[in-house]
Design a protein around this ligand. Sequence first.
Ligand code: PLP
Length: 378
Amino acid sequence: MANLFQDVLFDELKTRALVEQYGSPLLLLDCEKLADQYRQLSTALPGVGLYYAVKAFPHSAIVNTLNQLGARFDIASTGEINLLRKQKVNPRNTIHTHPIKKDKDIKDALRFGCSTFVVDNHAEISKFRKYAHRVGLLLRVAFRSPDCAVDLSRKFGCSPEEVPSLLKAANELGLHVKGLSFHVGSQSTSPGTHVAAIEACSRLIEEYEVPIRILDIGGGFPVDYDHGNDIDIYTFCAPIRAALAKLPEHVEVIAEPGRFLIAPAAASITTVAGKAMRGDQPWYYLDDGVYGMFSGRIYDHARYPLHVFRTGPTRPSALVGPTCDSIDVIEEALELPELEVGDLVVGRMMGAYTAATASTFNSLPIPRIVVFGEPAPR
Ligand code: PLP
């Protein structure tokens, strides 16, 4: 098969052919690229069990592709469990990583067969008392990372100082804390935050008299939104590999990557539906925007690499979405040649936290997702 993103989406005729066949707007999902990302990260983190963070893009073709590659899955809701169940994922290959759960969430996960849960506070630990014989817990520790695009330790994770008392509380309830976990924040700018967190967890593991078997190093592995190129993840992970090599031998390491696996495996096609001069900028109204697959522009603080097929002198221009809300602006002051109604705009790195957070505001449908290269179900 042609390389979707290199051979097709930089070729106007081929891109137009896709629109003629499937309509516009479109989100194209390339499962071969997804498999390639999975292999790259597996090589960069040898011996680390990779649990795909389903929340990044919960889609059956993604689950099927990764399942066939031997990946495992990080789930955070009953909806995600239902998706995995349909794809016949072995529940033993899943962990439930939401630090705050209702009893029904725990029951649903246990009924599915998932028995590893993340906790980060006393109230959450108490919820597991009645399931003590059936569960193993991971205690999530917070390491703030203000440099990350999304600092996830603001909302979740106990402080390293709280770890001993939480471990003690779990122990007193007869609960088995089998590991520590952290998430340094999404789209990490450097491996230094992972390294510091691994070293801090290593110290905690060594201090605790009951053996802690698992260290879950979360997600945060970045992609190149500036240029849409593949990031050299092997080099990025070199300091992380070095830090992991110093862990006590009995510690099994796992990770929960979302963005790195799926962001480069999807691309968008939108069409210019209208144009107007607003102030001194041309505004181009696309048939999808921040309420649709560009929702990550708001929630994920992401800026996607975009290209058009016209050439010629450029000027700062705005690309905006189709809804009636003025927040629906994808880019302002983007250097573009003059576009015409009917022109296509292609976005890359569109797989993570895009369709996952899209809405149907204005009763506009979520863009159609077209899947390429999915392996036949087993
Ligand atoms: N695990 C948890 C608990 C998360 O909250 C997230 C993202 O929000 C991920 C994993 C995936 O992180 P990333 O997409 O940065 O790899």
